[in-house]
Design a protein around this ligand. Sequence first.
Ligand SMILES: Cc1ncc(COP(=O)(O)O)c(C=O)c1O
Length: 431
Amino acid sequence: MSGPFAYRGTDLWVEQLPLSGIVEQVGTPCYVYSRNAIEDRWRRFDTAFGMAAHRVCYAVKANPSLAVLGLLAGLGSGFDIVSEGELRRVRRAGGDPRKVVFSGVGKTVAEMRYAIGEGIDCFNVESESELERLERTAAAMQAHVRVSLRVNPDVDPDTHPYIATGMRDNKFGIPIAEAPRIAAAMKGMRHLVLVGLDCHIGSQLVSLAPFEDAFARILELAQMLRASGHRLEHLDAGGGLGVRYRDEDPPEPQQYVDRLLAMLAERGLSDLALIIEPGRAIIGEAGILVTTVEYLKSVPSRRFAIVDAGMNDLLRPALYDAWHEIVPVRRRAGPESTYDVVGPVCESADFLGRGRQLCIMEGDLLAVRTAGAYGSSMGSHYNSRLLPPEILVDGDRFEIVRARAAYETLWAGERTMGEQAPLVTPLSRGK
Ligand SMILES: Cc1ncc(COP(=O)(O)O)c(C=O)c1O
């Protein structure tokens, strides 16, 4: 095992600290991230561009922790957001709104207003109706808004269907064949300026081929739009580069960026800046979820290790049947048995891993690896469980960057009926 999480003797360490020492102070379940791994991954994307004009816009949805955003803002990162909440987090963490692109199929008027007011760089627009709404909103604010058309290139990304986004029948983006007509219609929209094209075809892609297919279509469209007088400034290839959960061998950031830059050059479009929106590939391998074995239990057909982290803490196994490596924080000598590692949540889908070979006893700590992306960010209070704390390790020190929540947070903003003011006030009619 290599990277920021590695064994020294029998114990799993993160950077220069034994995990068991952190857990003694914060308890389990908890997420633990490595600062150096996060920064190293971001820099690998950034430096891969050399002198070429570019921006790495971290996809906030992968992990919106203020501490993670703050680290990346400190490196000069841009951000890809999909909601007002994400933009507010970026601002709170010190991110520069002029480096923000706003994706997502369902932007509300309120979200548009907030983002325009904050002065974000660009809206990645996903439909004609959204374009018209954005024009009206910008006009009302007397603003001029930069727009990129998110096109759907109809490419099979060869990933889990729930994270495929660039196929014809997906809800994302504008069908690529319609883009020239919509771009032409934009010439009549006085408050919008078409500056770019973007696509995002899916997540956890482990080969370059689908990226190449999609990007080739975007480049062809860019040439077509230029020929009809549109002054494009950038292309945005989206995110999606995969990580290693088990035995995948995804391309390195340098290989990925080299290929995109080479394709730009082949088409004579090197004057366009390139934006990318990686999420998982920056934060995925930089985080783990640590959990305690509460009970070992056998039924005739199998053994269960019942742990104190569940699908509300890490949804990916239940949602996508995703595989995460599960390892002991302290290795024991002795024979291994086969366990289904399951959580305490009242669902049969509540598992972290099935059929795992482990030598464990009740009370042992387990680490669920590659949990930095879409782990904490997909967490919920289901079964009225508290969100786990988050720890950021930097060399031989750590900070609790999200404290273990108090039980009162479970019902914040709620009240029983009749308590204080009534919950629902009738809307006033007319006027
Ligand atoms: C528009 C957009 N950009 C970027 C990303 C980040 O993808 P990944 O984390 O796979 O890099 C996503 C993920 O869904 C997305 O929808």
